[in-house]
Ligand binder design. Structure first.
Ligand code: 5RP
Length: 225
């Protein structure tokens, strides 16, 4: 049986062209896209690609595969980013950050002309928050005050745990996993959360998605948004 994440990840690479600046997403689905880009570069089927990784893990993988890397300072405009998601609603809005990389992922998404999201069918939901908690990245100083404010918004935050103590992001912050309050409007909620002092970013990605590629054991399909 074919792996749906692998099918979706590889399918997205059909949109990559030589000479592009690419955003390299994080997680187990983006992984397959990055591996395929590495393979095509090695074969010579793709040339002159530079990648901007969205996490340390992706950076390691890209280096291993020999994908040339760059920074947002050198290349502030990204032609195409391929990334995964934890939930996708029918409009292509996302929850991201299950892997803890939401901050860099959101900056890269903002800098991208096209954002292709690769998922398996389990990620498709009728509304965000159906299965997955919303990650909110906060600085460690006064994180409990952020938690108190999120509680006031009805988000019931839980501090994400790592192996020893709190989970630490690539920017050395904490993550509070939150519920999306029933009947909350997403755009105002995103702003309200980010307005709390100490909150760095949250995992709501509203209006960033250009295309969703969904993998299933039978193959792939794209979502029209
Ligand atoms: C990391 C993310 C990932 O894109 C998301 O968790 C999806 O991962 P996977 O493809 O492994 O299911 O947002 O911060």
């Amino acid at each position: 049986m074919m792996n749906p994440k692998e099918l979706a990840g590889k399918r997205a690479v059909a949109f990559v062209e030589s000479g592009m600046v690419l955003g390299l997403g994080s997680g187990s689905t983006a992984y397959y896209a990055i591996r395929e880009i590495g393979r095509l570069l090695k074969d010579g089927a793709l040339r002159d690609i530079v990648g901007i990784p969205t996490s340390r893990e992706t950076e390691r993988l890209a280096r291993e595969l020999g994908i040339p890397l760059t920074t947002l300072q050198e290349h502030p405009c990204i032609a195409l980013t391929i990334d995964g998601a934890d939930e996708v609603d029918p409009q292509g809005n996302l929850i991201k950050g299950g892997g803890g990389a939401l901050l860099h992922e959101k900056i890269v998404a903002r800098a991208s002309e096209r954002e292709i999201i690769v998922v398996d069918e389990s990620k498709l939901v009728p509304f965000l928050g159906s299965h997955f908690l919303l990650p909110v990245e906060v600085i460690p100083f006064g994180w409990n005050i952020c938690a108190r404010e999120l509680e006031r918004l009805g988000c019931q935050p839980t501090l994400r745990r790592g192996v020893q103590g709190p989970y630490i992001t690539d920017e050395e912050n904490y993550i509070l996993d939150c519920i999306i309050p029933p009947a909350a409007e997403l755009a105002p909620l995103e702003k309200e959360i980010n307005n709390i002092p100490g909150v760095v970013e949250n995992g709501l990605f509203l209006g960033y998605t250009s295309l969703v590629i969904v993998g299933s054991p039978e193959g792939t399909r794209t979502l029209s948004l």
